[in-house]
Ligand binder design. Structure first.
Ligand SMILES: [Ca+2]
Ligand SMILES: [Ca+2]
Length: 267
C-alpha cells in the first residue's frame, strides 16, 4: 500500500469518527483512482488488521474442521446380550431384529430408512403381557456413548401402538444379572430417558436421533417403561454412536496449539 493511500485512509478514518458516521466509503475515497481491492471502510484497512483478519479466519477454519471431525462415529459390533421376552420364535419376531440391520436401507451417508413390511423378520416383539420389555446390548468393547438413533415399532396397521413411548437407558461396564427383570443396581447408571415418537407405519421411516450425556461403558440396557397402548412391546432397530477416540482429539488439540503458537511468534 502506498504512502498516499495510508495518509488518505488516516484522514478519512478521523473524519468518519468525528462525524459519527458508520464505515461507509467517504466521497473522497470513492473519487480516488482505483488501486486494486478496496475494503468497506475505505483505505483504513492496515496490514496489521489484514493479518488479524486472516489469523481469525484460519482459527475459525481450524475450529470448524475440528467440529466436523468431532462428529460421533457409528458403532457396528453391537449384539443383543439379554432381553425379557420375545414373541413366538416360529415367526421370528426376535430381539436380534433390532441390531442386525433387518428392514433398513441406506439412503445417503448416515441416513437409513426402516421398512414397514416383513415385520416378522425386521422388528422385535415381546411376548404378550410383557408390554414394557427390556433389552440389553453388548457394544463389543468399551465406548464413550454419544448418541442413539432409534426406530420404533413400524407396523403399518395398529401394531405401531406396540412401540415404546418411554425408555430408560442404562450404561455399565459389566453386564446385568442374566434374566433379571428389574433394576437391582446391576444395570449400571441411568443416563437418559428417551421419549420416541410413535412409528409412522410407513416404508420410509427415518427414525429419530437422540443426543445423550456422553457416558463410557460396554453394556447398554433399554428399560421400556411405557408403550403407546398395546399388550405387546418392542421396536424396529437401534444404532449407537460414540465420540471419537480421545487420542485423536488430543492430537487435534496439540495441532491447534502449535498453529496458534506459530501465529503468536510471527505477530
Ligand atoms: Ca430391524
Ligand atoms: Ca452426546
Amino acid at each position: 500500500m502506498s504512502q498516499v493511500m495510508r495518509d488518505t485512509g488516516t484522514e478519512d478514518y478521523a473524519s468518519v469518527k468525528r462525524s459519527g458516521l458508520s464505515a461507509n466509503p467517504s466521497p473522497r475515497a470513492a473519487d480516488a483512482p482505483s488501486r486494486g481491492i478496496k475494503f468497506p471502510i475505505g483505505d483504513t484497512m492496515t496490514k496489521h488488521m489484514t493479518r488479524q483478519l486472516l489469523c481469525g479466519l484460519a482459527i475459525l477454519t481450524l475450529l470448524l474442521g475440528t467440529a466436523e471431525l468431532r462428529a460421533s462415529i457409528i458403532i457396528t459390533g453391537e449384539s443383543v446380550y439379554d432381553f425379557s421376552s420375545e414373541y413366538d420364535e416360529a415367526i421370528t419376531r426376535a430381539a436380534v431384529n433390532v441390531v442386525d440391520e433387518s428392514g433398513l436401507t441406506l439412503q445417503s451417508p448416515d441416513v437409513w430408512h426402516h421398512g414397514n413390511d416383513v415385520k416378522a423378520l425386521h422388528m422385535w416383539l415381546s411376548e404378550q403381557f410383557d408390554p414394557t420389555p427390556w433389552i440389553e446390548f453388548d457394544l463389543g468393547a468399551e465406548f464413550e456413548l454419544d448418541e442413539i438413533h432409534f426406530w420404533n415399532n413400524n407396523e403399518s396397521d395398529a401394531g405401531n401402538l406396540r412401540g415404546a413411548e418411554s425408555i430408560d437407558v442404562y450404561v455399565s461396564n459389566t453386564p446385568g444379572t442374566a434374566g433379571n427383570n428389574t433394576d437391582d443396581g446391576a444395570w449400571g447408571t441411568k443416563i437418559a430417558t428417551l421419549n420416541p415418537s410413535i412409528g409412522p407405519g410407513l416404508a420410509n421411516y427415518a427414525g429419530e436421533r437422540f443426543d445423550i450425556t456422553d457416558t463410557t461403558g460396554r453394556y447398554v440396557r433399554f428399560d421400556i417403561t411405557d408403550n403407546y397402548g398395546d399388550t405387546f412391546g418392542g421396536f424396529s432397530e437401534v444404532h449407537f454412536y460414540a465420540t471419537p477416540e480421545p487420542a485423536t482429539m488430543s492430537m487435534l488439540a496439540l495441532g491447534a496449539m502449535g498453529v496458534l503458537a506459530r501465529r503468536k511468534r510471527r505477530a
